[in-house]
Every structure is written in structure tokens, then in C-alpha cells.
Design a protein around this ligand. Structure first.
Ligand code: HEC
Ligand code: HEC
Length: 330
């Protein structure tokens, strides 16, 4: 892995940076009032890089048997997640995790449930080489595809398709997946009157008893931290412990965004909950009582009206324009 990271990360090619005001064709649209996402110095946003990344995202030849593309597990219509608890990868191999949404990935400081991958460029290596995902070898995959992508790749990065280009182009496409025009956003911006149910649900979400916003902090609905949210008394998946070696991190996972939550079922790292009712039941129980469970999780009781208000609020985080956006479809 270390040697590979060097192949993709230590290349001397210098590329002129593109400033946000030079983006064209609306391929990247920054939600109102948000900071532009940061682009690495050697991977500034350009339209040709984006277009190359999009083509690669949908190209099943990146998997060893040509059966799955990134989009198999990250479907635009599901806010770039998948509807199965665990989606089979190349050769039908099954992993253990639910495909994460890529909503607003550009703003994330770390990737995967353990948080062990620092950039979107490096993250590409994980699915490509992971036996339960694409099961391929990044060098071989690039060699096979290079002739077909020669023109695009030269236009985007001034070189043929190789791990440098592949990782950067895919990262560029993913950095454009910005979602910030849900009903909740339009309400916050004063553009939309919202129902009392949603307003009440928003209050409950931030109320002392539930304090969902402590971890799922607006506006991205994540604090980018890690927590053990009490799914199991004894964890089957060690989570962040694997990365840090600190037993206090056992059963701790990255706090996911709740944006587009209505599109990203099933829920949690292993997709164990089919719907949001099951999620709320879990939190209302106060958790399974893991030794390292977050100490702030306490049982609560909601009336059926409160529950439906909280649900209405969660659904107000669904950005329908985002999932239907023609930019994401081949
Ligand atoms: C077989 C299914 C599968 C395929 C194919 C797949 N992924 Fe994923 N992806 C997942 C799963 C499962 C996770 C969650 C892993 C975890 O939580 O640790 C994930 C996580 C990610 C993440 C991290 C999200 C986060 O919030 O931490 C990114 C980025 C990503 N995938 C991009 C890609 C790209 C790019 C491709 C194609 C090169 C791809 N994936 C192919 C299943 C897949
Ligand atoms: C202590 C931090 C913390 C608090 C408080 C918290 N959560 Fe979570 N939440 C998490 C973590 C961590 C996960 C991911 C667990 C996993 O991947 O298995 C999560 C996952 C979720 C998911 C599933 C997201 C997905 O994409 O799979 C939903 C929905 C959710 N929380 C809603 C809530 C609601 C509603 C509340 C308040 C009742 C709440 N959370 C309070 C940390 C927290």
C-alpha cells in the first residue's frame, strides 16, 4: 500500500490551479452561503477532469471481472449509496459494510468508517483493490483502460491514464457531489415556509433529551468525529479500534451525515436498520450498553406526534434536486 500511495501521490507534474470563479458549465455548484471545497494543489478542478472522472465512475471495467463500477454501490438515485445492507462486489464477493453516501464528500477530513483514509484521491485505492469490492490491481486496470481514455486523459492531466490520473479524476468528480438545497436549507435561507411539524422536529433533534445535533451537527449534519452510538453490547466490527489500537475506540464509527437520509437506507455501518423507525427505536432505547458507548446516549420516550415530527424533520434533509440532477447520470 505504501509503495502504491507513492505512485499516486509523489508525482512531480505541476498543474495550473483553477480558481472557483473559473469553473464553467456549472459542473460544480457550491450551495448558497457555503465555502468552496478545497482542491489539492495538484488536482485543481477543471471540466475535463470532472468529465473523465465521471466516465471512470461508471466504468465497470475498473473491476477485475468487469461486473461492478463505483456507481454499482454508489447510485446517484440513492444519493450515491446503495439499497442493500451489503452490496456484492466483483465475482459476487461480499464485504461487511453498507455503501456510504458520497453526499458532500468534498468537505470530509477523512474517509471510511474508521476514518483511516485522508483524501478522496487515496480513497480510490480502497475499492479498486479491495477483494470484496472491485478486486483489481490499480496498475493493471490503468494499463487495460489507457488506450480508450488516451484523448481525455491527455486533455485532463497531460499524460496517459495511470494511477495518478485515475485517482485524481475520480476524486474531482466526487468533489462535485455537493448537496445543500433540501427543504431544510431553503427554510434556513428564508426561501421556503416549512410546516410546524418540521420546525418542531428540528427542535426535538437539538433538544436536551435527544441531542442528535451533538454529533450530527448542522449544516453538514456531522461533526466529522467518531462515536460509539451503542449498536451492540459487544461489537462484531471493531470500528476505529482497528486504526488507533485504542480499546476505547472499539465500536466507534465515523459520524455520518444525515443529509439525504431518506434516500440512503438501510442504515449504520452494516446496514442493519431497514428504515428510520428502526433507527429511532434504537436511539430511544438508550443503546445496547457497550462498555465504550458514548456516555451522553440516554433512553427517551417520544409521543407518536413527536416521533412523526422528528421524522418530518429528517425527511426535510432530503435534497431531491440533488438526486435527480442530470449532471450525475450517464
Ligand atoms: C461493492 C461495493 C462498492 C464499490 C464497487 C465501491 N464502493 Fe465505495 N464504498 C463501499 C462501502 C461498503 C463503503 C463504506 C466503507 C466503510 O464505511 O468503511 C464505501 C465507501 C466509500 C467512500 C468513503 C465515504 C465516506 O464517507 O467515508 C468513498 C469516497 C467511496 N466509497 C468511493 C468509491 C469509488 C470512487 C469507487 C469506485 C472506484 C467505489 N467507492 C466503489 C462500497 C463500494
Ligand atoms: C454520540 C454521537 C451521536 C449521537 C448523539 C447521535 N448519533 Fe446518530 N450516528 C452516530 C454514529 C457514530 C453513527 C454511525 C454508526 C455506524 O456507522 O454504525 C450514526 C448513525 C445515524 C444514522 C444512520 C446514518 C446512515 O447513513 O447510516 C441516523 C439516521 C442517525 N444516526 C440519526 C440520529 C438521531 C435521530 C439522533 C438523535 C436521536 C442521533 N443520531 C444521535 C452518532 C450519533
Amino acid at each position: 500500500m505504501a509503495a502504491l500511495l507513492c505512485t499516486v501521490g509523489c508525482n512531480p507534474t505541476v498543474i495550473e490551479p483553477t480558481r472557483p470563479d473559473q469553473y464553467t458549465d456549472g459542473l460544480i455548484q457550491i450551495p448558497e452561503g457555503w465555502d468552496a471545497p478545497e482542491f489539492p494543489e495538484d488536482n485543481a478542478f477543471t471540466d475535463v477532469r470532472w468529465a473523465l472522472g465521471k466516465d471512470l465512475f461508471f466504468d465497470a471495467r475498473l473491476s477485475v471481472d468487469g461486473s461492478v463500477s463505483c456507481a454499482t454501490c454508489h447510485l446517484p438515485s440513492k444519493a450515491f449509496s446503495a439499497p442493500e445492507p451489503v452490496t456484492p462486489g466483483a465475482l459476487g464477493a461480499l464485504g461487511t459494510r453498507n455503501a456510504a453516501t458520497l453526499t458532500n464528500a468534498a468537505y470530509q477530513p477523512h474517509f471510511m468508517s474508521e476514518g483511516g483514509v485522508p483524501t478522496l484521491e487515496m480513497q480510490v485505492l480502497v475499492p479498486l483493490q479491495e477483494p470484496s469490492e472491485m478486486g483489481h490491481n490499480i496498475v493493471t486496470a490503468c494499463e487495460e483502460l489507457a488506450p480508450d481514455y488516451a484523448v481525455q486523459s491527455q486533455a485532463a492531466y497531460g499524460r496517459d491514464l495511470d494511477p495518478f490520473v485515475l485517482t485524481r479524476a475520480l476524486a474531482t468528480f466526487q468533489r462535485s457531489l455537493l448537496s445543500g438545497s433540501s427543504p431544510w436549507d431553503r427554510w434556513q435561507q428564508g426561501e421556503l415556509a416549512i410546516s410546524e411539524a418540521v420546525q418542531h422536529g428540528a427542535e426535538l433533534f437539538g433538544s436536551e433529551g435527544l441531542a442528535c445535533d451533538r454529533c450530527h451537527t448542522p449544516p453538514l449534519f456531522t461533526d466529522h468525529g467518531f462515536a460509539n452510538n451503542g449498536l451492540d453490547a459487544v461489537s462484531t466490527d471493531p470500528g476505529r479500534w482497528v486504526l488507533t489500537g485504542d480499546p476505547a475506540d472499539s465500536g466507534a464509527f465515523k459520524v455520518p451525515t444525515l443529509r439525504n437520509i431518506g434516500f440512503t437506507a438501510p442504515y449504520m455501518h452494516d446496514g442493519r436498520f431497514q428504515d428510520l423507525d428502526e433507527v429511532l427505536e434504537h436511539y430511544a432505547s438508550g443503546g445496547a450498553g457497550h462498555a465504550h458507548q458514548d456516555s451522553g446516549l440516554v433512553p427517551f420516550v417520544l409521543t407518536s406526534e413527536e416521533k412523526s415530527d422528528l421524522m418530518a424533520f429528517l425527511h426535510a434533509l432530503n435534497d431531491t434536486a440533488f438526486v435527480n440532477d442530470a449532471r450525475w447520470y450517464p
